[in-house]
Design a binder for this molecule. Sequence first.
Ligand SMILES: [Zn+2]
Length: 458
Amino acid sequence: MPKISEDIIRAVTDAAKIEDVVKDIIGERRQDNPGGLHKAGVNMTCLCPFHDDKNDGNLIIRPSTLSAKATGRNSYRCFVCDAKGGPVQFLMNAEKMSFPDAIRWLGKKYNIPVDDVPVNWTPPPPKPVPPPPPPLEMKREWVRELMQVDYNQNVFTLWFGRLPWSEEQRKRIRQTLWQYCVGCYKDGRVVFWQIDHDGIPRAAKLMRYEPDGHRYKEKHGERNSTGWLYNQDGYRQECKPDEHTILKPLFGSHLLKRYPKAMVNVVESEKTALIMATYYGHPESQLWLACGGLKFLKIESMQPLIDQGRQVWLWPDKDGVKGWQDVADKLGSERVQVYTKFFDACWIEEDGPKADVADIAIRMLRNPDWKPRKPESTPAEPPTAEPIDAPLPPVPDGVSKDEWRKHLATMKSIADYDTDHPELIDEPFADVDEMLDPRLHHMREVIRLRYNFKNLRI
Ligand SMILES: [Zn+2]
């Protein structure tokens, strides 16, 4: 068999793209190929074919489309079995090909004549893509229904309201609970609605709390104190925590559209998100979302935040930094980073090695005279970053430029008015309502834009 020339090998390896090769061998992720290739931040991932992989996200594919300076561009690497290499190595290892055969395979794929030895391979015909399963959607009136309760009758909200808030923070309690659509279930559990970025309620998490704000400890043989409500054939039904594997939106995701310029802080528990939101206020510049636990901190739920160009800070608990750092590494986006300065400044011995962010915030509420260790750098405050600039709204079809300018001016006066009269946006559910009603679709745009009008020159 003739030897393949160095020039041809170089031409082939220059043309080969790791994302093409993995797509051909593993396939893209679809309903019938759940372990297939898909985006993960700036990278891509799929189940690793080189070890018995159960969770995707271990094999990181750095596509050829990254900037030429990016390390590891056009290569793959598995965090578990340490398999790594470029397109040629992937073919050799995944398909047990010899080096010359891998070059021939790639030559055929990229139309580079390699030699006259036929390649024992034809690209597979594209499989028909089955329609995606209907997403689980809850009825919006259920959100409203479970919110129509007296917060003073619920163990969690009662505890929450009785924390030693400052006067300023106390004014924010009700607004926070309403904004996050916190509800109460008939059996006394609190309801944390999981409403997605488009305002569609996907699921509701039910949790039982002790009067001291800790999670209720289940006694032997007792019914689950944590559960999920889903739409089952049009009825609101409870399932066990792991019964449904749908992607649950981050708690608070529905607020992203309302606050388009806000930085996003992601914490572990819903309780922590509510505490931090009340503690610091200013949702227009910083929002608090909760993932509900490290195992739910999925690349898929972070992807929309990256796509929106948000600055995202991950706030793990004291003992969770490594796990969260791994997720940030896998995402590989400079805009998603782990934030530990809060612990550097505020953690003290008595908080314990497993302290969570909320425990420390509550301790600081109880001792208002206690000051963080490095007050000069104010690291206890959430980090700030330049907010992203939303593009100016384009002139819609059928509207004259003058009419549009008038409309923008009205919007700006509304925005100014809102900013000067924050008490008037104390009924956030009205906004949520608008977001949920497709007939008021144009209002979504209004909500998205109204906070951008403050500094708009018309
Ligand atoms: Zn592996």
